[in-house]
Design a protein around this ligand. Structure first.
Ligand code: 8Y7
Length: 280
C-alpha cells in the first residue's frame, strides 16, 4: 500500500483525499480574503476538516492571473500566525508558497507537512530547504508568471511538454535526496493555459503520473476555465462544474483534489469510491 510521507503524517494513497483551500490573502481568488483574521481561519479550518478535508492548503500570496505582487514580509505576516494557530488542530497542513525564505520560516513552526509550490522550486534555495525537511512537496507546472501567463499561452504539445517538465523537476528533487514517496505533481490548470490546453491536460491526466512516476494532485476548483465552459461568471457559483472535474480527475487517477468547497467534493469522492469498490 502506498503512502505519501507528509511531515508529521503519512497519507494513505490507496484512496484519494480532499485538500481544502484556506486563503489568507486580502485579494484571494474567490473568497475575497474573508478568513483573514486568526479566529476566522481557525473556524474555517475546523469546518473543512469536519467536512472531510484530509489536508488544508494555506496560502498568503494570491497567484490569481493579474494579481499584484506581495512582498516576502507581507506574505510571512499573513501565513506564519495562521500556521502557529492551526498547529493545535493536529491535522496535515500544506503551505502554498513560491519563496524559499517563507518556506524556511514556516518550517520552523513545525506545523507544515507539505509544500505546495506553483513554481516547482524555482526560487533560489527552495530545493535545499525542502530537501532538508521531511515534508511532502507538490511540483506544479506553469507557463510564465501570474501577471502575464494568460495573455498568450502556447504549446506545440501541451500534455508532452507539461509531463516532460514535471518529470525533470521530479528528477531534480530525487537527485537532491527527496524520496519519491514525498512527491506529487500537478499540471497547473489555468497557469498559462487556454481552455483547450486545460481540457487536454484533464482528459489525459493519467499520463502525467505514468511519465513523472509520482502521484497527481489537481486544482480545478472554481477556475475560470469552468466559467468559460458554463458561462457562469461568479467563481463561487461554479460548484457543479467543480464537482464534475473532481469526478473526471479521480477517474484519471488523481490522488488529491484541491478545492474551496470541501463538503460537495468530498461527497462526490465518496460516490466515486463506492463505485470503484465494486471492481476491487
Ligand atoms: C493551484 C494551486 C492555485 C493548483 C496547486 C486557485 C495555489 C489559484 N491553483 N496549487 N494554487 N494546484 N498545487 O484557483 O491548481 O486556487 S491558486
Amino acid at each position: 500500500m502506498s503512502h505519501l510521507q507528509c511531515g508529521r503524517f503519512q497519507l494513505d494513497l490507496s484512496s484519494p483525499h480532499i485538500m481544502g483551500i484556506l486563503n489568507v490573502t486580502p485579494d484571494s481568488f474567490s473568497d475575497g480574503g474573508r478568513y483573514s483574521t486568526l479566529d476566522d481561519a481557525l473556524r474555517r479550518a475546523d469546518a473543512m476538516l469536519a467536512e472531510g478535508a484530509a489536508i488544508l492548503d494555506i496560502g498568503g500570496e494570491s497567484t490569481r492571473p493579474g494579481a499584484p505582487d506581495v512582498s516576502a514580509t507581507e506574505e510571512m505576516d499573513r501565513v506564519l500566525p495562521v500556521l502557529e494557530k492551526l498547529k493545535q488542530l493536529g491535522a496535515p497542513l500544506s503551505l502554498d508558497t513560491r519563496r524559499a525564505v517563507v518556506m524556511r520560516e514556516a518550517l520552523r513552526i513545525g506545523a507544515v507537512d507539505l509544500i505546495n509550490d506553483v513554481s516547482a522550486l524555482e526560487d533560489e534555495g527552495a530545493l535545499e530547504t525542502v530537501a532538508s525537511a521531511n515534508v511532502a512537496l507538490c511540483l506544479m507546472h506553469k507557463q510564465g508568471n501570474p501577471d502575464t501567463m494568460q495573455l498568450a499561452p502556447r504549446y506545440d504539445s501541451v500534455v508532452d511538454e507539461v509531463a516532460g517538465y514535471l518529470s525533470r523537476r521530479v528528477a531534480l528533487c530525487r537527485d537532491a535526496g527527496i524520496a519519491a514517496n514525498r512527491l506529487l505533481v500537478d499540471p497547473g490548470f489555468g497557469f498559462g493555459k487556454t481552455l483547450q490546453h486545460n481540457l487536454m491536460l484533464l482528459d489525459r491526466l493519467a499520463e502525467l503520473e505514468t511519465t513523472a512516476g509520482v502521484p497527481v494532485l489537481v486544482g480545478l476548483s472554481r477556475k475560470s476555465m469552468l466559467g468559460a465552459i458554463t458561462g457562469e461568471e461568479a467563481p463561487a457559483e461554479r460548484l457543479g462544474a467543480t464537482v464534475a472535474t473532481t469526478m473526471a480527475s479521480l477517474d484519471r487517477g488523481a490522488v488529491i483534489v484541491r478545492v474551496h468547497d470541501v463538503k460537495a467534493n468530498w461527497q462526490a469522492m465518496k460516490v466515486w469510491q463506492a463505485l470503484r469498490q465494486l471492481r476491487a
